[in-house]
Design a protein around this ligand. Structure first.
Ligand SMILES: *[C@@H]1O[C@H](CO)[C@@H](O)[C@H](O)[C@H]1NC(C)=O
Ligand SMILES: *[C@@H]1O[C@H](CO)[C@@H](O)[C@H](O)[C@H]1NC(C)=O
Ligand SMILES: *[C@@H]1O[C@H](CO)[C@@H](O)[C@H](O)[C@H]1NC(C)=O
Ligand SMILES: *[C@@H]1O[C@H](CO)[C@@H](O)[C@H](O)[C@H]1NC(C)=O
Length: 643
């Protein structure tokens, strides 16, 4: 059985399992029968859906159903007599509590580990199968490379074997209404967006004749449509094939609101007519289309191998991101105004929350879970459409876990003796927000104060940075790390990601490798600055002779003064902070008054008092951090070290 600290004991008869474990014996046996019938020796089950969505619907939670493990990241592999689940350190404890003894837990996610396991249990000549419509091109390629020359065959099977054995028990397909975003909340009409993408197709040296969209937020953005198929993201199951002469939208047609349908059909017949086809028709339609003299442009990161493999190589134009994904990242003037407005309302909710915590935490009345619920409730204001991701509300040690989210049963009490981190966000018709603030209501240690201040300094340095267009993200983000690096600190995750307007909160999942592209004002980036400060920022043109870029921070919530050691800040950093606070006062102060939130207004004024410039020059910053203190600090304060 599995070793280590696993709370399961599979060596006894009957095995010891926690009550949270799921009995998967019948499911695994049924899958093995299906595998045997098809000559499959190992079947790989991912945690993703057909669109590489960050959050998936219950209907797509195949790995969760098969294994009992409900974490958002993992891979399962089943053979005739073994089964194993691979997941990363965030989820080890959860997996031990949820898996039964049919499953080994592999505490890694490396393909190399999966490869070695497969080579041990599957003989030469064996078939390793998977559903090609659940693996991105990139992931497929890494499996292919891993098994190359091993004598095992990577063999896609289009019928999903888990779905087959899940049968009637599988949750029904989404059926809620798909609607048009009101015009006041859109940056441009869908016709303008389509026309612009077609221009890009024409201008491209390879003259692609079509763009294939698989990412759900791509189709939602292109047509200004929204739905409710997936938690936290207002998207709907769909594909789009946009050609030089036609537009095919693959979606449950009955699900479209009447107004949405007439908007899409207004230009029919003609090049701006949207042909509505059933969601399931996308592969067949693509297969037909590539019979012609065509070139199909797609993004490899979120297009499945299943669709990709239908396109002959010479008819394929594969980039990491489709032109729609890139166009969506750049916010035009209207979209910028919309997201600024959403952030003002969001700041009001976060400020209400911080003030409420200040009053209730000393009375011992809040835990992580009830705090998160309060935050979510406060966001239910004008244009609100719920949280944009599962709130991270973490006190003390829990804040060191990168993706910790409290549950009702096990939730730490908030205390004036501990730091508290809230990483939360909202969906509004005019924008998506994502903000992290860390606070301490008592006496922070010098170590906590310095670490926090250095994260803040990194945040400020990044926000003030002026940089040439096309500078790589990883170059830019090193400015955020520098104040930490100076004292031998770091954090183990990326610094930023794109964010949508009433779309996904994480637009580019592996953004630390993505260039800042295209170099136009409007692409915006938010940052996760080490410990726990996160703001959304627009990339805008700097006041330089050459068109260099800089950031405009649109999140408008002050930082915790109790945690700032102002003597560490340079005069430039203090000036920046004071200017930022002035704009918070101007924009959020006004809104607080409009909403007659006087107590919050007073709190805002106290929290945004300008810092004196004098002290910073008077003191030479000395680090309070000894080398011995580092491991403690890293494990206690810095999130994401494992990732
Ligand atoms: C692998 O799959 C192929 C195609 O279905 C089948 O012909 C073959 O017998 C399978 N191999 C084994 C070892 O079962
Ligand atoms: C395919 O289309 C390209 C670009 O329109 C053209 O140059 C080429 O001759 C066409 N090939 C065939 C076989 O029609
Ligand atoms: C669209 O692309 C097709 C396929 O390559 C080509 O035959 C046709 O001429 C193009 N039509 C226009 C209007 O560009
Ligand atoms: C959380 O648990 C408490 C106590 O069991 C219960 O009263 C409450 O309704 C639960 N809240 C939610 C949102 O599930």
């Amino acid at each position: 059985g599995p070793s280590g600290t696993d709370i399961r004991d599979c060596s006894t008869d009957p095995p010891y399992l926690p009550p949270t474990a799921t009995d998967t014996t019948a499911r695994v046996a049924a899958l093995r029968d299906a595998m045997r019938a098809l000559g499959v020796q190992a079947y790989v089950v991912p945690a993703t859906d057909a669109h590489m969505s960050e959050y998936i619907s219950s209907r797509d939670a195949r790995l969760g159903w098969l294994t009992g493990f409900t974490g958002s990241a993992g891979t399962g592999v089943v053979t005739q007599d073994k089964a194993a689940l691979w997941t990363d350190s965030r989820y080890w404890t959860q997996a031990e509590r949820q898996l039964d003894c049919n499953w080994e837990l592999q505490r890694t996610t490396s393909i190399e580990s999966i490869r070695m396991w497969i080579l041990e249990v599957v003989p030469v000549g064996g078939n390793i199968s998977l559903d090609p419509f659940l693996f991105s091109i990139d992931t497929w390629n890494s499996y292919r490379q891993a098994l190359q020359g091993s004598g095992r065959i990577l063999f896609p099977i289009e019928t999903n074997l888990v779905d087959q054995v899940w049968g009637d028990q599988r949750p029904a397909a989404a059926s809620s209404e798909i609607y048009s975003l009101p015009e006041e909340f859109t940056g441009s009409s869908w016709q303008e967006k389509v026309t612009r993408i077609r221009q890009e197709m024409e201008q491209h040296v390879r003259h692609p004749t079509a763009v294939l969209l698989s990412g759900l937020e791509e189709t939602a953005w292109l047509f200004n449509l929204r739905g409710n198929d997936i938690p936290y993201n207002p998207v709907f199951y769909s594909y789009t094939l946009l050609t030089n002469t036609s537009i095919s939208l693959f979606v449950g047609e009955r699900r479209l609101a009447a107004a949405a349908r007439s908007s899409l059909r207004a230009g029919c017949p003609g090049p701006l007519c949207v042909e509505l086809q059933e969601y399931e028709q996308a592969p067949d339609h693509l297969r037909q289309y590539v019979q012609g003299n065509v070139t199909v442009w797609l993004g490899t990161e979120y297009t499945t191998y299943g669709l990709y493999s239908l396109i002959p190589q010479e008819k394929l134009l594969a980039d990491r991101y489709s032109p729609v994904m890139l166009a969506k990242a750049v916010k035009n003037t209207r979209e910028q105004d919309l997201l600024r407005a959403a952030h003002v309302r969001d700041a009001v909710a976060v400020i209400q929350y911080l003030l409420w915590l200040e009053k209730t935490v000393p009375r011992g009345e809040v835990n992580e879970f009830s705090g998160a619920q309060r935050m979510d409730a406060l966001r239910q204001s004008e244009h609100s459409c719920g949280p944009s991701f599962q709130s991270i509300s973490a006190s003390g040690l829990n804040a060191a876990l990168a993706h910790y989210s409290p549950s009702n049963g096990s939730s730490r009490q908030l205390s004036v003796d501990e730091m508290y981190l809230a990483d939360t966000g909202g969906q509004y018709l005019d924008g998506t927000t994502d903000i992290t603030r860390t606070v301490h209501w008592g006496m922070p240690t010098p170590l906590q104060k310095e670490a926090y201040t250095r994260v803040l300094m990194g945040n400020i340095d990044l926000s003030r940075l002026v940089f040439p267009p096309n500078t790589a993200g990883r170059v830019i983000e090193s400015f955020a790390r520098r104040p930490l690096w100076e004292v031998g600190l770091n954090y183990g995750h990326g610094t930023g990601h794109g964010i949508g307007n009433f779309l996904s909160v994480h637009e580019w999942l592996s953004s630390h490798q993505a260039p800042f592209w295209p170099p136009e004002p409007g692409y915006y980036q938010d940052g996760e600055f080490g410990i726990r400060i996160e703001d959304v920022a627009l990339v805008v043109e700097a006041q330089t002779e050459k068109p260099f870029l800089t950031f405009e921070v649109v999140s408008l919530v002050p930082y915790d003064r109790n945690l700032i050691d102002i003597s560490l800040l340079s005069p430039e950093q203090i000036r920046y902070l004071n200017t930022y606070y002035e704009s918070i006062r101007a924009r959020v102060g006004q809104e607080l008054q409009r909403q007659q939130l006087q107590e919050e207004y007073d709190w805002l004024h106290r929290s945004t008092e300008p810092f004196p410039l004098g002290r910073a020059t008077a003191t030479t910053a000395t680090s309070s951090m000894g080398v011995l203190a580092l491991p403690m600090l890293l494990s206690a304060l810095l999130p994401g070290l494992q990732s």
